[in-house]
Design a protein around this ligand. Sequence first.
Ligand code: MIG
Length: 780
Amino acid sequence: MPEFIGQLPKNEPAWNAISSVQSFQRYTQGIHFDCDHNSRLTLTVLSPNLIRVRFSPNGELTPRRSWAVNLPNAEWNIVDFNIQETNELITVETEKIKVCVQRHPCRIMCFDKSGNPFAHDTDLGIGWRKNQIINWKEITIEERFYGFGERSGLLNQRGKCLTNWTTDSLDYTMLTDEMYQAIPFFMSLRPNVGYGLFFNTTFWSQFDVGADQLNTLQLKTQDSQLDYYIIYGPEPATILETYTQLTGRMPLPPRWALGYHQCRWSYDSETEVRELVKQLRNRRIPCDVVHLDIDYMQGFRVFTWNKQRFPNPKKLIEDLKQQGIKVVTIIDPGVKFDPEADYQVCDEGLKNDYFIRRVDGQVFHGYVWPDRAVFPDFMRGKVREWWGNLQHYLTDVGVAGIWNDMNEPALNDRPFGDVGSSKITFPMDAPAGDEEDKTTWKETHNLYGMNMARACYEGLEKLRSQRSFVLTRSGFAGVQCYSAVWTGDNHSKWEYLEMSLPMLCNLGLSGVAFVGADIGGFTGDASPELFARWMQMGMLYPLMRGHSMIQTKRHEPWEFGQEVEDICRKYIELRYQLLPYFYTLFWQAADKGEPILRPLLYHYPNDSQTYELYDQVLIGSDLMAAPIYRPGVEKRMVYLPEGTWYDWWSRELLQGSQHILIDAPLAKMPLFIRAGAIIPLVSVMQYTEELPIDELRLLVAPGTGKFTLYEDDGNTFAYRDGMSSTTQYRVDLEGNQVVVEVGERKGKWIPIERKVIVEVIGFGEQEFIDDGSQRRLVYQ
Ligand code: MIG
């Protein structure tokens, strides 16, 4: 067992406290402070809004780890900063913020340029004891807290104690703490002030956000040093841009991955998969992807196929491709321990010593789906390379994406289902990582899932000439660089529908934009009403996947009667119409780290009405949805932020800065367009590549605004060599006229010849053949 997993015992020894600053020296990128007991504090200025704080009780800073997710200090441009010294304070000032270090007692205080304080240490400052370190900070009355990676419950996380320790949190509830993902990052917001904090520790860590003491934030870790980054905004968008500069951004996924995904545990034979696709196409339910869960394998052996049920996967996948369906297969990290059989994955791993060993040198075993299993050490480069290449067993037959499950890791000490079997993890003292940078799982546990996803992503990038789809259940800060994330085993209950939006929003505010929850709920049977409402909300999820557990009632859209099937079709179709809009949002995520699904506070950070608003969401900056998530409800309140809005369905004009009551019968999800919005739409297709896009429709809401449309081939890596294009559209009001300006298309990628129809709400349509040149359209 780990030394201090979970709450610390009450009778822990007292903390050693950082007391006074003795002296300090400036260096190119910051300042070193020598403190009492030989302890040392270092501030590094990486950007005018980004300061790294490190504290070491014994004065030594460990060198950078090979698996570190933060961009190295050396890769930041040297930034200007001033130092001022008084008897009490040493102040570091950049263009954006001031960080003051008080001498007695030593504590750190930050201020924006108007003098608003943030991220102040309390008088206790920093403390430490054996293998633990803590930092106490003040929380002001108005502050709210968001992000923290994957979190259940609603939006604002203040008042909770949030642990960063990846766990198979099946059956999670509103109150669950440890989740599949561990992302030690948050952002704090109050009117005019916003900052983010990335706690740079891979060890077990915890944020106590005013749970223990109402107005105190505690950062705790089992690391031997304190290492965190202060990221000043004040806008959430600035915080995220900087945070993702530090930890990375998502690569552009293939465009088909933005379509509808159909999944179940399991479509477990070729016949069943073909029948499913036949139903999808006959019923005209658009779909791009079918996922195969664990039963496609031979006895749950990863990288194999069950020959009885899938006699010719290559042929099957080829036939599905003809129908516009891509196949994604699940892979777990546990490799069946099968040395007697001729199972290559196990043999190669054993022969090359790729599996995790206990501290006594024995190969570590755990029990998962294939029964007794061994686990690759994904912290090692060679192992990742080997694993990455193993994906060829799947890509050779045409698989286009991989779904990484159980990688928290989830495993038991005895065969699944045995009496007394309990969840375990790798022994905390077992070695992990390469020889040059060896450690134990105490330090790398949180990184296991992300490094499995990384191995997969890097392997697929080598094996396929097109972009692939990667999905993972577990991850750490930076997981966005390799994979999309889904929120694991939710239930087919209204509470989980309600919780899904804030969960996905908090993931988005943690740098992970490509996220989704299982539509319909994984565990249990959805009612027709729940399913219809879930598909409406699911259409907003960046990853739109329906999934359900084995032995539950089937959850395909046609399983709930004609009315629900029609509702599902309507919302999946809407998703397909909005694809050019969504694709541009994915580009914004890849380019700037922006979330795709955004809580309202993201664009209205000074409007405190948005701070607790978890049941409305913005898709990009211009579309706002207010879904229904309770049974029997056919009306709801909607908050319209400042400005003017239009009802998506009736095109009615609505004044902002007010609450309205809106009708929402079962077939309707309230949806609004911001005045000044320009939303690109295409016609409905049964899959994203069904037809060439020879007609693009721009839906314009009168007002002032702009939108940059991003386009490329949607499939290959040519965009990295500049084969992409952007077009900027602007809308403005001039007297009684609405003027739409189409900018010149920039970039090397040229779309096929197409008609562009520009519809201004209330003013009618105009159209032109898109030759990439500038033009001005006037509406009156
Ligand atoms: O022990 O592969 O969260 O999506 O269907 C359960 C079977 C393992 C858990 C995943 C779920 C998946 C299921 N998996």
